[in-house]
Design a protein around this ligand. Structure first.
Ligand SMILES: [Zn+2]
Length: 312
């Protein structure tokens, strides 16, 4: 019998599910659209129906399903309570681990925030593989973050550990952040945040792809904006270094698709602010692609990212 876990990645547009062995590679994966209508009330049933169908198809295969892990865009407490999700239409808190476990005939279910799942995937199979501690920062529409230490997520007392997007990097800001405060990193280093810096600095609605292309080409004005972006993000990373001191920082999310061009700016901002002893901490791009959510969620179900290398 091969031990496997089910990894579930609930996104705002699609639910991705995979069967993942202890080697960390998905043996099988599938996906379907996320039905966010009616406050996302069908999502959990769609997931359990799909998995129960798959399990019945697998009954002749030699799999021992150890449990299921779920990553979702929203806060999840250590006891499994999901505190709503704007992207999924969920407005009321509920214990997703209990509800899903019941619908999966008692299969153990663990849930976490999707940035934490991405962090687990990078720690297990990606850029932070082999490191004892890491911090992941996902730069997208918002900024998420996750800390993995000793193969486990550091969730914190309020599931807030690693939420670097809402670290204040500018006390003089007056425009409000999505969290209701002002001056958060997310207001400068997320995709909308960087677009805002470009608009304010260059008075143009230039897309981010074009922007990074110009930075690559040495455009002075764009390079100046990239430096501002890097100084905010590097400053926030330096504060993380002073509190959790990870062995490596991994930068992921849609913005990281711009590639290596973003790293020197982040590095410069980081080195400007951090204590010299932490100056050489690597800052690298995420390595996991579309399967990161599935793999990270499966790692959560398996309990530790340092699994054996049993081939599936
Ligand atoms: Zn904020």
């Amino acid at each position: 019998m091969k031990d496997i876990a089910i990894g579930i990645d609930i996104g705002g547009t699609a639910v991705k599910i995979g069967l993942v062995g202890k080697s960390g590679l998905p043996a099988e994966k599938w996906s379907f659209p996320t039905r966010t209508e009616e406050n996302g009330r069908h999502i959990i049933d769609d997931i359990s129906d799909s998995i129960n169908k798959k399990i019945s198809e697998l009954k002749d295969r030699e799999y021992n399903i150890l449990g299921a892990g779920v990553g979702l865009p929203g806060f999840v407490d250590e006891d499994g309570t999901a505190h709503g999700s704007v992207n999924l239409g969920w407005t009321e808190p509920f214990n997703i681990e209990e509800v899903l476990s019941q619908k999966l005939r008692g299969l153990p279910v663990r849930a976490c925030n999707d940035a934490n799942a991405a962090a687990l995937a990078e720690a297990w199979m990606g850029s932070a593989r082999g490191y004892k501690s890491m911090m992941m920062v996902t730069l997208g529409t918002g900024i998420g973050g996750g800390i993995v230490t000793g193969g486990q997520i550091l969730a914190g007392a309020h599931s807030c550990a690693g939420e670097i997007g809402h670290v204040c990097v500018n006390r003089d800001e007056t425009a409000p952040c999505s969290c209701g405060r002002a001056g958060c990193l997310e207001q400068y280093a997320s995709a909308p945040g960087l677009r805002r810096l470009i608009k304010e600095g260059l008075n143009t609605d230039m897309g981010l792809e074009e922007f990074w292309e110009k930075v690559r080409g040495g455009d002075e004005a764009c390079t100046g904006i990239a430096k501002r972006f890097g100084s905010y993000l590097g400053y926030a990373l330096s504060m993380a270094a002073m509190t959790v001191d990870p062995e490596i920082f991994v930068i992921g999310g849609g913005m990281s698709h711009a590639g290596q061009v973003i790293l020197p700016f982040i590095r410069e901002g980081y080195e400007d602010s951090v204590l010299p002893v932490c100056q050489n901490t690597p800052i690298v791009l995420a390595a996991m692609g579309n399967d990161a959510g599935i793999i990270g969620a499966a790692a959560l179900a398996l309990g530790n990212v340092r699994c054996t290398d049993t081939k599936i």
